[in-house]
Design a binder for this molecule. Structure first.
Ligand SMILES: O=C(O)CCC(=O)C(=O)O
Length: 259
């Protein structure tokens, strides 16, 4: 399976609708890939809290519409990053959309661990409550968003649900880039899974983004890593690698707690 991660620059000065159209074209260009991955809240910006209310959208809102067309045109599975979802009761969620090559909404994931302690997303958004996996032809995706990366038990839950490739969409600040790289590699090693970690670039709401999206294999080797600007990373995922790694070094079988 060929996967492309699009590290998107979010800078003030580009409107949300222009960015949607621009990113849709970038998705269309990845028509040689099987899976395309976008970052967290790339429409509005992960730290643009004051725009969350105005840019909130239902699951079948403008981001879904534009991305469904792009997924269909490219013929790819599309992890369309996350949007500010306005639920039926008016509350907001940081919600990932996964679209099939036919443009259908195949899965959603509402971010479980909201970032900000007593501010920002942590007070503006509601928390998701359930794990999401998505079965693709050669890999089962386990879905996580940004701050979730700090909670290994979420990833163990995804392993138990059958995940072989963890997709982490993020808007991770440059200040903590070392944590981003370290934790993505740690999740790959401890869960013996691919990790596809796709972040934002640029600076919005005064927060410089780390960029440095990366793909890690189940042995912890970094297969590809972006720099700090907008960039597309393309990698081949070996369908046998996760099973081989888990068979050759069966540490997951030795778990004694939390099962
Ligand atoms: O955990 C971190 O350092 C960053 C998390 C974050 O920025 C987020 O979840 O939006």
């Amino acid at each position: 399976m060929r996967a492309s991660l699009i590290q998107i620059a979010v800078n003030e000065g580009e409107s949300v609708s222009s960015r949607r159209a621009r990113v849709a074209d970038l998705v269309r260009e990845q028509d040689e890939s099987d899976l395309v991955v976008l970052p967290e809240l790339w429409t509005v910006g992960a730290f643009a809290y004051e725009q969350f209310e105005t840019e909130a959208e239902p699951l079948d809102g403008p981001t879904y519409e534009v991305m469904a067309e792009a997924a269909r045109d490219a013929g790819v599975w599309l992890h369309a990053g996350s949007v500010v979802e306005r639920a039926g009761d008016g509350s907001l969620y940081n919600t990932t959309l996964v679209l099939s090559p036919a443009g259908e909404l195949a899965a959603t994931y509402r971010k479980i661990h909201r970032f900000g302690f007593d501010q920002g997303e942590a007070v503006l958004m509601s928390a998701g409550e359930s794990l999401t996996t998505v079965e693709l032809p050669e890999q089962t995706l386990g879905i996580a968003t940004c701050y979730d990366l700090r909670f290994p038990e979420l990833f163990r839950g995804l392993v138990d649900a059958g995940a072989t490739a963890m997709v982490v969409a993020a808007g991770w600040p440059a200040r903590r880039r070392a944590h981003w790289t370290l934790l993505n590699r740690a999740r790959a090693v401890e869960d013996q899974s691919y990790v596809l970690a796709c972040g934002l670039a640029g600076t919005h709401a005064g927060v410089e983004q780390a960029g440095h999206s990366l793909v890690v294999d189940p042995w912890g080797e970094v297969l590809a890593e972006a720099g700090t600007g907008e960039e597309v990373l393309t990698v081949e995922l070996d369908p046998a690698k996760v099973a081989d790694t888990r068979r050759q070094f069966p540490a997951l079988k030795d778990r004694r707690l939390g099962r």
